[in-house]
Write a protein that binds this ligand. Structure first.
Ligand SMILES: [Ca+2]
Length: 144
């Protein structure tokens, strides 16, 4: 079976995101976001993280991508799926503010069910004034 499984932010919101102690996460209204809402993680240090529960419908290999709202003041984060680093770290900083889809490569799930998608701060561009992340969706495109 092939197909796109779009994990909308509305689905992310179904689960209260877990986050690093002392930091805040908030769902903010944004007309350009999927479902009209965007998930922010407001961080202040390398190692801070936010974690979403994503339900994977079937075992197999998927391309993982995420729609994010880039901005001049954003952090760089590494994705971990159930504790294993996935793809390259992604810098959400951009001089202009707009939505961008970023890729985290391929992952194989041996079983369906809930997986923990954690974005952990690895740093930030020197020109960025914050470690904030703004996440709209995760998408899983099944390829095998
Ligand atoms: Ca922190």
């Amino acid at each position: 079976m092939r197909g796109l499984v779009l994990m909308r932010e509305g689905m992310l919101r179904t689960f209260l995101p877990h986050k690093s102690a002392g930091d805040t996460s908030v769902n903010s209204a944004d007309a350009a976001a999927s479902g009209g809402s965007l998930s922010y993680g407001n961080f202040n240090a390398v190692g801070d993280w936010i974690q979403y529960t994503v339900n994977v419908p079937s075992a197999g290999t998927y391309i993982v991508s995420s729609r994010v709202k880039k901005h001049p003041d954003r952090g760089t984060a590494q994705l971990y799926i159930d504790g294993i680093a996935q793809g390259n770290s992604v810098d959400q900083r951009q001089s202009s503010t707009n939505y961008t889809t970023v890729s985290f490569g391929e992952v194989t799930f041996a079983s369906p069910g809930n997986k923990q998608f954690r974005l952990q701060i690895t740093g930030k561009d020197p020109s960025s004034n914050s470690y904030t992340l703004a996440n709209d969706t995760f998408s899983l495109t099944k390829i095998n």
